[in-house]
Design a protein around this ligand. Structure first.
Ligand code: TYD
Length: 198
C-alpha cells in the first residue's frame, strides 16, 4: 500500500506518519517512511530550492514544475522500488499537497497540476489522511519550531486558512481515498483515529 499524510503546516502529520509506521512495523510489515518534497537524494536537492528563501521566490507555475520534478524522482528511486518488493510506503505529503498549495491557494493552477500529474506521476495513494486542525494552531506550532524551512509558513494566516479549506474540499472530492482526521487532542488520540480509519 501507498499511504499519504496531508494537511497544513504544523498539523502534526509528520508525527502521525511516524506513529503509523511504528504500528505497522510492530505487526511485522516492512514500512518505508518517506517525505515530500524530498524522499530521494535528487528530490532532497530540489527541496532546498523550494522551502528556503523568499515567499515569492518562484511563480506558482515554476513551483508546480519543481514539486512535480521532485515527486517523479521520489517515485522512481524510492516509492516504486519499495512497492515492487511488497513494502508499505508511508509518505509525509504527496500530490494532494500540490493540488492544494499550488492548485488552489496560489492561483488557479489546478488544471495544470492535474495534467502534469497524469502525464508524469500517474498514481494515487491507496489511502490519504488529511489531519485537520485550526490554522492558527498550526501556524503557531510551525513558527515555534523555528529553522530556515519556513518559506510557506511566512505567507501568513490567511494563506493557511485557504489551505485548510482546500484540503477539506479535497476530502469531499475524493471520498473513497481521502479521510479527514480530527487533529485535536494528544498525538496518541489522533493516532488511534487514524488506525481505526485505516
Ligand atoms: P513539509 O516538509 O511537509 O513542511 P511541514 O512539515 O512544515 O508541513 O513541506 C514543506 C512545504 O512545502 C510545506 O509548506 C508545504 C509545501 N508543499 C507544496 O507547496 N507543494 C507540494 O507539492 C508539497 C509536497 C509541499
Amino acid at each position: 500500500m501507498l499511504i499519504s499524510f496531508e494537511g497544513i503546516d504544523g498539523c502534526g502529520k509528520t508525527t502521525q506518519a511516524r506513529l503509523l509506521a511504528e504500528a505497522l512495523r510492530a505487526q511485522g510489515r516492512e514500512v518505508v517512511l518517506t517525505r515530500e518534497p524530498g524522499g530521494s537524494p535528487g528530490a532532497e536537492e530540489i527541496r532546498r530550492l523550494l522551502v528556503e528563501g523568499a515567499g515569492e521566490r518562484w511563480s506558482p507555475e515554476t513551483e508546480c514544475l519543481l514539486f512535480t520534478a521532485a515527486r517523479r524522482d521520489h517515485l522512481e528511486r524510492t516509492i516504486r522500488p519499495a512497492l515492487d518488493r511488497g513494502a508499505t510506503v508511508i509518505t509525509d505529503r504527496f500530490a494532494d499537497s500540490t493540488r492544494v498549495y499550488q492548485g488552489a491557494a496560489r492561483g488557479d493552477l489546478r488544471a495544470m497540476v492535474d495534467r502534469l500529474h497524469a502525464l508524469t506521476i500517474g498514481i494515487e495513494p491507496d489511502r490519504s489522511f488529511v489531519i485537520d486542525i485550526d490554522p492558527a494552531t498550526g501556524l503557531a506550532r510551525g513558527t515555534a519550531r523555528g529553522g530556515t524551512e519556513d518559506r510557506f509558513e511566512r505567507l501568513g494566516l490567511g494563506f493557511q486558512e485557504r489551505l485548510a479549506q482546500g484540503f477539506r474540499a479535497l476530502a469531499a472530492e475524493y471520498p473513497d481515498r481521502v479521510r479527514l482526521i480530527d487533529g485535536r487532542g494528544t498525538p496518541d488520540q489522533v493516532a488511534a483515529r487514524i488506525r481505526s480509519a485505516l
